[in-house]
Ligand binder design. Structure first.
Ligand SMILES: [Zn+2]
Length: 184
């Protein structure tokens, strides 16, 4: 029977069978993603390192089919979600970062063009085979922010220092006024 997520199969096979894959994995099942999360967490003091970061669940669903009635264009739809441990770039504390990706992909082989799927992203493959797990991993890696940060002031103790929505103008002005007063 094999493992539909891990097995490499041709696009035609996946689409012909209307393959649907339920995803229930862990971060540790994905080597590249684990590497990225691990490198990020390496900035932490060892005592702050979340102990179970490798066990974070990755869930979702992929389904394959054809975009067109003529069965020329393979499509892949689905969603992938994970909550990973990351380091906030403002306060340098670990936090749980929720990632969620909706996938609408036309996987094509290099050089092939895919038309008629304006709502879809075209992903070029080296050949006409695919490991669904690679798509899941790629989607999550692309969803990772360049610099992960707490999203609210409630959770981040450095939030005000760098947030653009606080009235920053008050401080320089106050400083300037103090300087003027000093010079009198
Ligand atoms: Zn923070």
């Amino acid at each position: 029977m094999g493992n539909p997520l891990r097995d490499r199969r041709t696009l035609a096979e996946l689409a012909d069978t209307g393959q649907v894959i339920e995803i229930a994995e862990k971060i540790s099942d994905f080597e590249r993603l684990s590497g990225i999360v691990e490198a990020d967490l390496a900035a932490l003091d060892p005592d702050k390192l979340p102990r179970d970061w490798r066990d974070s669940a990755i869930t979702g669903r992929l389904s394959f089919g054809y975009l067109d009635a003529q069965k020329q264009v393979v499509m892949l739809e689905g969603e992938v979600a994970a909550t990973v441990d990351a380091v906030c770039q403002r306060c340098l504390e670990p936090f749980r970062l929720a990632l969620s990706v909706a996938l609408r992909v036309l996987p094509v082989t290099t050089g092939q063009s895919a038309t008629g799927g304006e709502d879809f992203d075209v992903w070029e493959l080296d050949d006409a085979t695919l490991r669904p797990a690679d798509i899941v991993e790629e989607a999550l890696i692309m969803a990772m922010p360049l610099s992960a940060m707490h999203e609210t002031a409630d959770t981040c103790r450095e939030f005000d220092a760098t947030a653009g929505d606080t009235p920053q103008t008050t401080k320089p002005f106050a400083t300037l006024k103090a300087q003027i007063d000093e010079n009198r």
